[in-house]
Ligand binder design. Structure first.
Ligand code: UDP
Length: 325
Protein backbone atom coordinates (compact mmCIF):
# COMPACT_ATOMS: atom_id res chain seq x y z
CA UNK A 1 0.00 0.00 0.00
CA UNK A 2 1.38 3.40 -1.03
CA UNK A 3 0.50 6.73 0.56
CA UNK A 4 -0.40 9.11 -2.25
CA UNK A 5 -1.12 12.84 -2.25
CA UNK A 6 -3.46 14.19 -4.93
CA UNK A 7 -3.63 17.98 -5.17
CA UNK A 8 -6.85 19.15 -6.77
CA UNK A 9 -8.31 15.78 -5.73
CA UNK A 10 -11.92 17.03 -5.51
CA UNK A 11 -11.84 18.34 -9.09
CA UNK A 12 -13.14 16.65 -12.21
CA UNK A 13 -9.99 14.64 -12.99
CA UNK A 14 -8.70 14.48 -9.41
CA UNK A 15 -11.85 12.79 -8.13
CA UNK A 16 -11.56 10.00 -10.73
CA UNK A 17 -7.88 9.59 -9.89
CA UNK A 18 -8.54 9.34 -6.12
CA UNK A 19 -11.17 6.68 -6.78
CA UNK A 20 -8.80 4.65 -8.96
CA UNK A 21 -5.90 4.88 -6.49
CA UNK A 22 -8.13 3.79 -3.59
CA UNK A 23 -9.45 0.87 -5.67
CA UNK A 24 -5.86 -0.26 -6.16
CA UNK A 25 -5.48 -0.44 -2.38
CA UNK A 26 -3.56 2.77 -1.75
CA UNK A 27 -3.99 5.37 0.95
CA UNK A 28 -4.97 8.74 -0.54
CA UNK A 29 -4.74 12.28 0.81
CA UNK A 30 -6.92 14.58 -1.30
CA UNK A 31 -6.00 18.27 -1.10
CA UNK A 32 -8.36 20.90 -2.47
CA UNK A 33 -9.47 24.49 -1.87
CA UNK A 34 -12.76 23.96 -3.80
CA UNK A 35 -12.25 26.96 -6.08
CA UNK A 36 -13.41 25.09 -9.18
CA UNK A 37 -14.28 21.74 -7.62
CA UNK A 38 -16.82 20.42 -5.19
CA UNK A 39 -17.08 17.93 -2.34
CA UNK A 40 -19.95 16.24 -4.17
CA UNK A 41 -17.31 14.76 -6.51
CA UNK A 42 -15.66 12.79 -3.72
CA UNK A 43 -18.56 12.25 -1.33
CA UNK A 44 -18.69 8.59 -2.34
CA UNK A 45 -15.05 8.11 -1.27
CA UNK A 46 -15.40 9.54 2.23
CA UNK A 47 -16.59 6.27 3.76
CA UNK A 48 -13.24 4.69 2.85
CA UNK A 49 -10.94 4.88 5.91
CA UNK A 50 -7.92 5.13 3.62
CA UNK A 51 -9.24 8.37 2.09
CA UNK A 52 -8.36 11.66 3.79
CA UNK A 53 -9.80 14.99 2.66
CA UNK A 54 -7.91 18.20 3.47
CA UNK A 55 -9.03 21.74 2.62
CA UNK A 56 -5.81 23.42 1.54
CA UNK A 57 -4.61 25.92 -1.03
CA UNK A 58 -1.30 24.75 -2.54
CA UNK A 59 0.02 28.27 -2.88
CA UNK A 60 0.79 27.64 0.82
CA UNK A 61 3.24 24.90 1.85
CA UNK A 62 1.79 21.56 2.93
CA UNK A 63 3.54 18.74 4.77
CA UNK A 64 2.61 15.07 5.00
CA UNK A 65 4.58 11.84 4.69
CA UNK A 66 3.74 10.37 1.28
CA UNK A 67 5.37 8.15 -1.35
CA UNK A 68 3.89 9.79 -4.44
CA UNK A 69 2.35 13.13 -5.39
CA UNK A 70 0.00 13.82 -8.30
CA UNK A 71 -0.06 17.60 -8.76
CA UNK A 72 -3.37 18.51 -10.40
CA UNK A 73 -4.46 21.61 -8.50
CA UNK A 74 -5.30 24.52 -10.82
CA UNK A 75 -8.51 25.82 -12.35
CA UNK A 76 -8.42 24.52 -15.93
CA UNK A 77 -11.44 26.01 -17.67
CA UNK A 78 -10.92 29.40 -19.34
CA UNK A 79 -13.84 31.02 -17.44
CA UNK A 80 -12.50 29.90 -14.07
CA UNK A 81 -8.81 30.52 -14.71
CA UNK A 82 -9.48 33.97 -16.17
CA UNK A 83 -11.69 34.94 -13.22
CA UNK A 84 -8.61 35.57 -11.02
CA UNK A 85 -5.61 35.30 -13.37
CA UNK A 86 -3.03 36.25 -10.73
CA UNK A 87 -4.28 33.50 -8.47
CA UNK A 88 -4.16 31.06 -11.42
CA UNK A 89 -0.50 31.71 -12.12
CA UNK A 90 0.28 31.60 -8.39
CA UNK A 91 -1.40 28.21 -8.15
CA UNK A 92 0.67 26.79 -11.00
CA UNK A 93 3.99 28.31 -10.01
CA UNK A 94 3.92 28.51 -6.18
CA UNK A 95 1.98 25.25 -6.09
CA UNK A 96 4.68 23.53 -8.15
CA UNK A 97 7.43 24.96 -5.91
CA UNK A 98 5.63 23.84 -2.73
CA UNK A 99 4.92 20.34 -4.03
CA UNK A 100 8.41 19.90 -5.53
CA UNK A 101 9.92 21.03 -2.22
CA UNK A 102 7.84 18.39 -0.45
CA UNK A 103 8.85 15.71 -2.98
CA UNK A 104 12.51 16.66 -2.56
CA UNK A 105 12.36 16.45 1.24
CA UNK A 106 10.50 13.12 1.21
CA UNK A 107 12.32 11.65 -1.81
CA UNK A 108 8.83 11.07 -3.21
CA UNK A 109 7.93 10.67 -6.87
CA UNK A 110 5.90 13.56 -8.27
CA UNK A 111 3.75 13.79 -11.40
CA UNK A 112 2.79 17.11 -12.93
CA UNK A 113 -0.55 17.43 -14.70
CA UNK A 114 0.54 19.74 -17.48
CA UNK A 115 -1.58 20.59 -20.47
CA UNK A 116 -1.85 20.82 -24.24
CA UNK A 117 -2.16 24.58 -23.58
CA UNK A 118 1.66 24.67 -23.39
CA UNK A 119 1.49 24.38 -27.21
CA UNK A 120 -0.64 27.56 -27.36
CA UNK A 121 -2.20 28.16 -30.77
CA UNK A 122 -0.01 25.54 -32.45
CA UNK A 123 1.61 26.05 -35.84
CA UNK A 124 2.74 22.40 -35.91
CA UNK A 125 -0.08 19.87 -36.29
CA UNK A 126 -0.58 17.37 -34.69
CA UNK A 127 1.39 18.37 -31.60
CA UNK A 128 4.38 16.25 -30.66
CA UNK A 129 6.17 16.56 -27.32
CA UNK A 130 9.27 18.14 -28.90
CA UNK A 131 7.23 21.07 -30.29
CA UNK A 132 7.89 24.19 -28.18
CA UNK A 133 4.56 25.82 -28.87
CA UNK A 134 3.18 29.14 -30.00
CA UNK A 135 2.05 30.96 -26.86
CA UNK A 136 1.10 34.60 -26.39
CA UNK A 137 2.88 35.69 -23.18
CA UNK A 138 0.63 38.71 -22.58
CA UNK A 139 -2.84 37.47 -23.53
CA UNK A 140 -5.86 36.47 -21.46
CA UNK A 141 -4.96 32.76 -21.62
CA UNK A 142 -1.34 33.44 -20.59
CA UNK A 143 -1.98 33.12 -16.84
CA UNK A 144 -2.81 29.46 -17.43
CA UNK A 145 -0.53 28.67 -20.40
CA UNK A 146 2.57 30.40 -19.06
CA UNK A 147 1.86 29.22 -15.50
CA UNK A 148 1.79 25.63 -16.71
CA UNK A 149 4.89 26.16 -18.86
CA UNK A 150 6.75 27.60 -15.88
CA UNK A 151 5.64 24.64 -13.76
CA UNK A 152 7.16 22.28 -16.36
CA UNK A 153 10.40 24.29 -16.15
CA UNK A 154 10.39 24.00 -12.36
CA UNK A 155 9.84 20.25 -12.55
CA UNK A 156 12.79 19.88 -14.95
CA UNK A 157 15.03 22.09 -12.80
CA UNK A 158 14.22 20.26 -9.54
CA UNK A 159 15.00 17.06 -11.43
CA UNK A 160 18.32 18.32 -12.84
CA UNK A 161 19.42 20.24 -9.75
CA UNK A 162 18.00 18.15 -6.89
CA UNK A 163 17.46 14.75 -8.54
CA UNK A 164 13.76 14.79 -7.73
CA UNK A 165 11.95 11.86 -9.42
CA UNK A 166 9.50 13.62 -11.74
CA UNK A 167 6.95 12.73 -14.40
CA UNK A 168 5.25 15.25 -16.70
CA UNK A 169 2.06 14.54 -18.65
CA UNK A 170 0.39 16.97 -21.06
CA UNK A 171 -3.35 16.49 -20.89
CA UNK A 172 -5.45 17.27 -23.97
CA UNK A 173 -9.15 18.19 -23.76
CA UNK A 174 -10.80 15.70 -21.42
CA UNK A 175 -14.45 15.21 -20.53
CA UNK A 176 -16.68 12.96 -18.49
CA UNK A 177 -18.73 12.72 -15.30
CA UNK A 178 -17.85 15.15 -12.46
CA UNK A 179 -17.21 18.06 -14.82
CA UNK A 180 -18.47 21.22 -13.19
CA UNK A 181 -21.86 22.16 -14.66
CA UNK A 182 -20.89 25.85 -14.93
CA UNK A 183 -17.37 25.04 -16.11
CA UNK A 184 -17.84 26.94 -19.36
CA UNK A 185 -16.03 24.29 -21.36
CA UNK A 186 -17.44 23.11 -24.60
CA UNK A 187 -18.55 19.56 -23.78
CA UNK A 188 -20.32 20.48 -20.54
CA UNK A 189 -21.83 23.64 -22.06
CA UNK A 190 -23.24 21.86 -25.10
CA UNK A 191 -24.64 18.91 -23.11
CA UNK A 192 -26.30 21.12 -20.50
CA UNK A 193 -27.68 23.46 -23.17
CA UNK A 194 -29.03 20.49 -25.15
CA UNK A 195 -30.64 18.89 -22.09
CA UNK A 196 -32.25 22.16 -21.06
CA UNK A 197 -33.43 22.86 -24.62
CA UNK A 198 -31.43 26.09 -24.67
CA UNK A 199 -29.47 27.41 -27.67
CA UNK A 200 -26.14 25.63 -28.29
CA UNK A 201 -23.51 28.38 -28.26
CA UNK A 202 -20.78 27.88 -30.84
CA UNK A 203 -18.01 30.44 -30.53
CA UNK A 204 -16.74 31.61 -33.93
CA UNK A 205 -17.69 29.62 -37.05
CA UNK A 206 -17.36 26.26 -35.27
CA UNK A 207 -14.58 25.10 -37.60
CA UNK A 208 -11.92 25.18 -34.86
CA UNK A 209 -10.95 21.67 -33.77
CA UNK A 210 -10.27 19.85 -30.54
CA UNK A 211 -9.57 16.19 -29.74
CA UNK A 212 -11.64 14.88 -26.84
CA UNK A 213 -10.47 12.22 -24.42
CA UNK A 214 -12.78 10.40 -22.04
CA UNK A 215 -11.62 10.71 -18.45
CA UNK A 216 -11.14 6.95 -17.83
CA UNK A 217 -8.57 6.77 -20.64
CA UNK A 218 -6.66 9.68 -19.12
CA UNK A 219 -6.64 8.14 -15.63
CA UNK A 220 -5.24 4.89 -17.06
CA UNK A 221 -2.47 6.86 -18.79
CA UNK A 222 -1.68 8.90 -15.66
CA UNK A 223 -1.31 5.86 -13.44
CA UNK A 224 0.81 4.07 -16.05
CA UNK A 225 3.01 7.15 -16.32
CA UNK A 226 3.54 7.35 -12.55
CA UNK A 227 4.56 3.68 -12.55
CA UNK A 228 6.66 3.81 -15.73
CA UNK A 229 10.40 3.25 -15.99
CA UNK A 230 12.14 5.75 -13.63
CA UNK A 231 14.34 6.98 -16.47
CA UNK A 232 11.25 8.10 -18.41
CA UNK A 233 10.18 11.51 -17.12
CA UNK A 234 8.23 12.85 -20.13
CA UNK A 235 6.72 15.18 -21.03
CA UNK A 236 4.25 12.83 -22.64
CA UNK A 237 0.98 13.72 -24.37
CA UNK A 238 -2.17 12.03 -23.10
CA UNK A 239 -5.13 12.61 -25.35
CA UNK A 240 -7.39 11.08 -27.94
CA UNK A 241 -6.12 11.86 -31.47
CA UNK A 242 -9.62 11.80 -33.03
CA UNK A 243 -10.14 15.42 -34.04
CA UNK A 244 -13.54 17.09 -34.32
CA UNK A 245 -14.79 20.57 -35.20
CA UNK A 246 -16.98 22.30 -32.62
CA UNK A 247 -19.79 22.19 -35.18
CA UNK A 248 -19.47 18.37 -35.41
CA UNK A 249 -19.51 18.18 -31.63
CA UNK A 250 -22.64 20.33 -31.34
CA UNK A 251 -24.48 18.21 -33.94
CA UNK A 252 -23.44 14.94 -32.25
CA UNK A 253 -24.66 16.15 -28.85
CA UNK A 254 -27.98 17.36 -30.29
CA UNK A 255 -28.44 13.93 -31.90
CA UNK A 256 -27.52 11.93 -28.77
CA UNK A 257 -29.80 13.97 -26.49
CA UNK A 258 -32.69 14.12 -29.00
CA UNK A 259 -32.68 17.81 -28.26
CA UNK A 260 -34.70 20.50 -30.03
CA UNK A 261 -32.00 23.09 -29.28
CA UNK A 262 -30.93 25.42 -32.08
CA UNK A 263 -27.25 26.07 -32.81
CA UNK A 264 -26.27 29.74 -32.49
CA UNK A 265 -22.95 31.38 -33.36
CA UNK A 266 -21.27 33.80 -30.93
CA UNK A 267 -18.02 35.78 -30.98
CA UNK A 268 -14.82 33.75 -30.68
CA UNK A 269 -12.90 34.46 -27.43
CA UNK A 270 -9.47 36.05 -27.82
CA UNK A 271 -6.47 33.75 -28.39
CA UNK A 272 -8.76 30.73 -28.91
CA UNK A 273 -6.57 28.00 -30.50
CA UNK A 274 -7.71 27.04 -34.01
CA UNK A 275 -6.74 23.39 -33.80
CA UNK A 276 -5.45 20.86 -31.37
CA UNK A 277 -4.63 17.19 -31.80
CA UNK A 278 -2.15 15.09 -29.83
CA UNK A 279 0.49 12.84 -31.32
CA UNK A 280 0.47 9.88 -28.93
CA UNK A 281 3.23 7.66 -30.33
CA UNK A 282 5.47 8.37 -27.31
CA UNK A 283 2.74 7.36 -24.85
CA UNK A 284 2.07 4.15 -26.80
CA UNK A 285 5.75 3.24 -26.84
CA UNK A 286 6.53 4.05 -23.20
CA UNK A 287 3.30 3.29 -21.33
CA UNK A 288 2.77 -0.37 -22.29
CA UNK A 289 0.84 0.38 -25.45
CA UNK A 290 -1.52 2.87 -23.76
CA UNK A 291 -4.10 4.35 -26.11
CA UNK A 292 -7.60 5.74 -25.68
CA UNK A 293 -10.27 3.02 -25.71
CA UNK A 294 -13.46 5.08 -25.42
CA UNK A 295 -14.51 6.95 -28.53
CA UNK A 296 -16.53 10.13 -28.62
CA UNK A 297 -20.14 8.93 -28.86
CA UNK A 298 -19.66 6.26 -26.17
CA UNK A 299 -18.05 8.78 -23.81
CA UNK A 300 -20.65 11.43 -24.55
CA UNK A 301 -23.49 9.03 -23.71
CA UNK A 302 -21.94 8.36 -20.26
CA UNK A 303 -21.43 12.09 -19.73
CA UNK A 304 -24.99 12.95 -20.82
CA UNK A 305 -26.31 10.41 -18.29
CA UNK A 306 -24.22 12.10 -15.59
CA UNK A 307 -25.51 15.58 -16.41
CA UNK A 308 -29.12 14.33 -16.56
CA UNK A 309 -28.61 13.23 -12.95
CA UNK A 310 -27.08 16.58 -11.94
CA UNK A 311 -29.89 18.58 -13.57
CA UNK A 312 -32.43 16.55 -11.61
CA UNK A 313 -30.67 17.01 -8.27
CA UNK A 314 -30.42 19.87 -5.76
CA UNK A 315 -26.65 19.94 -6.42
CA UNK A 316 -27.23 21.78 -9.67
CA UNK A 317 -26.52 25.14 -8.05
CA UNK A 318 -23.37 24.30 -6.06
CA UNK A 319 -20.88 25.70 -8.56
CA UNK A 320 -20.59 29.47 -8.98
CA UNK A 321 -21.64 30.52 -12.46
CA UNK A 322 -18.71 32.75 -13.38
CA UNK A 323 -20.06 33.17 -16.91
CA UNK A 324 -23.08 34.87 -15.35
CA UNK A 325 -25.49 32.71 -17.35
N1 UDP B 1 -16.55 26.71 -27.24
C1 UDP B 1 -17.75 26.91 -27.91
N2 UDP B 1 -18.88 27.07 -27.18
C2 UDP B 1 -18.89 27.02 -25.82
C3 UDP B 1 -17.67 26.78 -25.14
C4 UDP B 1 -16.51 26.64 -25.89
O1 UDP B 1 -17.79 26.97 -29.17
O2 UDP B 1 -19.98 27.16 -25.23
C5 UDP B 1 -15.33 26.53 -28.06
C6 UDP B 1 -14.14 27.37 -27.61
O3 UDP B 1 -14.18 28.66 -28.21
C7 UDP B 1 -12.98 26.54 -28.11
C8 UDP B 1 -13.50 25.09 -27.99
O4 UDP B 1 -14.91 25.20 -27.90
O5 UDP B 1 -12.70 26.80 -29.46
C9 UDP B 1 -12.98 24.37 -26.76
O6 UDP B 1 -13.18 25.22 -25.66
P1 UDP B 1 -12.91 24.77 -24.16
O7 UDP B 1 -13.10 25.97 -23.30
O8 UDP B 1 -13.73 23.56 -23.86
O9 UDP B 1 -11.40 24.28 -24.13
P2 UDP B 1 -10.02 24.90 -24.64
O10 UDP B 1 -10.28 26.12 -25.50
O11 UDP B 1 -9.26 25.23 -23.41
O12 UDP B 1 -9.45 23.80 -25.44
Amino acid sequence: MKKILVTGGAGFIGSHLCERLLKEGNEVICLDNYFSSHKSNIIGLKANPYFELVRHDITQPYFAEVDEIYNLACPASPIYYQHDPIKTIQTSVMGAINMLGLAKRLKAKILQASTSEVYGDPIVHPQKEDYWGNVNPIGIRSCYDEGKRCAETLFMDYHRQNKVAIKIIRIFNTYGPNMNINDGRVVSNFIVQALRGEAITIYGDGMQTRSFQYVDDLIEGMVRMMNSDPTFIGPVNLGNPMEFTMLDLAKTIVKLTNSKSQIVFMPLPKDDPKQRQPEIELAKATLNGWEPKIQLEEGLIKTITYFEGVLNSPLESVYPDLAGG
